[in-house]
Design a protein around this ligand. Structure first.
Ligand code: PLP
Length: 393
């Protein structure tokens, strides 16, 4: 049996999305910037996609900018805003649990002379509005807080943060990459000035994303060259991917309520079975304020990587920490931020479900997991098997 429980890393392209993209990968191959009929045909499709996306976000088409994905959108939003506003101030507020695309962006800005406050989070991975308010200074020019965390799924109070930022006259950006598939992404409801999206997280193609920039917000360019995207983001327009992203977003919105209900039921079933049947397991993140697709667990006395590999041998795909930070043996910065002890952060596994996950797959996963953890613990010098309980020896 093959089980994919890593939708937070990426999702399968929906066949209906591929169907929509096909003409633009084959016959309609013109450059959307060309003046001839081949180009005009491509441009029409891009315009249509932009309008569709704008309507879903509650924005106007002129506020939608196409990028290569979440990483670029995050880089552009924050570097672009900081550089455009540097005469007004040099202070930026973010959180300790942002995706590396944001943390590294902020680190680079620090080298340029900006000062960044990284807000801590509580044990469930949620920031405190009070702490945020206290962090604001006279020279604060930008607040950027992720909507939902990619490792533990915790959801931040974005509308409230946005309202506060508006009252203070501070620009507010959110990385909504993990949120799109299940949460409200209407930019008016969220009170955001900028928002990052990536299509491959909601069954769209890879390498395409959006930066929503509210009318009137001034940010500098990140990628220069041609005049695409009103001269703000150069590079030949990726027509098939844009068309695919619009279709994926449309399907995502239409099917969101129904998918959320199904996915949440299965996710809760997964959590219940693990908590009931696997001793010394700990759910990381908030019990309610988390993405419906996310279950992140630590299993005492075993390494996350070992569990991941054993599950892989059984055809089950999960993640230990975020896909982007795997390959590193350092404990996850998110686990450390929620106060997880180092050994426990090394034993964390992220299960992320999607619309195609079935109950049989969850049962197979938990049955396999039980067997694997029992075996790994029986090999662990830290686990007292004789007593049948975990204890440091
Ligand atoms: N932000 C978050 C929260 C993510 O989860 C990811 C991808 O894992 C990104 C940004 C980067 O997006 P992309 O893969 O489209 O560059």
């Amino acid at each position: 049996m093959k089980v994919y429980l890593d939708s937070a890393a990426t999702t399968k392209l929906d066949p209906r999305v591929l169907e929509e993209m096909m003409p633009y990968l084959t016959d309609v191959y013109g450059n959307a910037s060309s003046l001839h009929s081949f180009g005009r045909q491509a441009l029409n499709a891009v315009d249509k996609a932009r309008l569709c996306i704008a309507q879903i976000l509650g924005a106007s088409p002129g506020e939608i900018y196409f990028t290569s994905g979440g990483t670029e959108s995050d880089n552009w939003a924050v570097k672009g805003a900081a550089r455009a506003l540097k005469k007004s101030g040099k202070h930026i507020i973010t959180t300790e649990i942002e995706h590396p695309a944001m943390i590294q962006t902020c680190k680079e800005l620090e080298k340029e002379g900006f000062e960044v406050t990284y807000l801590g989070v509580d044990n469930h991975g949620i920031i405190s509005l009070e702490e945020l308010k206290k962090a604001v200074r006279d020279d604060t020019i930008l607040i950027t807080v992720m909507y939902a965390n990619n490792e533990i799924g915790s959801i931040q109070p974005i509308p409230q943060i946005g309202k506060f930022a508006q009252e203070e006259g501070i620009l507010f950006h959110t990385d909504a990459v993990q949120a799109v598939s299940s949460l409200d992404i209407n930019v008016k409801n969220l009170n955001v000035d900028m928002l990052s999206i990536s299509a491959h997280k909601f069954h769209g193609p890879k390498g395409i994303g959006i930066l929503y920039i509210k009318n009137g917000v001034r940010i500098s360019k990140l990628i220069v060259g041609g005049h695409q995207e009103k001269g703000f983001r150069a590079g030949t327009t990726n027509t098939p991917a844009i068309v695919g992203m619009a279709k994926a977003l449309e399907l995502c919105e239409e099917e969101k309520a129904e998918n959320n209900k199904r996915i949440k039921e299965l996710r809760d079933y997964l959590i219940k079975r693990i908590e009931d049947e696997i001793p010394f397991s700990h759910l990381n993140g908030h019990r309610e304020k988390r993405l419906v697709s996310n279950a992140n667990f630590s299993f005492d006395y075993v390494e996350g990587e070992a569990i991941l590999m054993q599950l892989d041998l059984k055809g089950i795909a999960v993640s230990s920490g975020s896909a982007c930070s795997s390959g590193s043996l350092d404990p996850s910065h998110v686990m450390l931020a929620i106060g997880c002890p180092i050994e426990r952060s090394h034993s964390s596994i992220r299960f992320s479900l999607d619309k195609d996950t079935t109950r049989e797959e969850i049962d197979y996963t938990v049955d396999s997991l039980k067997e694997i953890i029992e075996k790994l613990r029986s090999w662990s010098p830290l686990f007292n098997v004789e007593k049948g309980e975990g204890t440091y020896v």
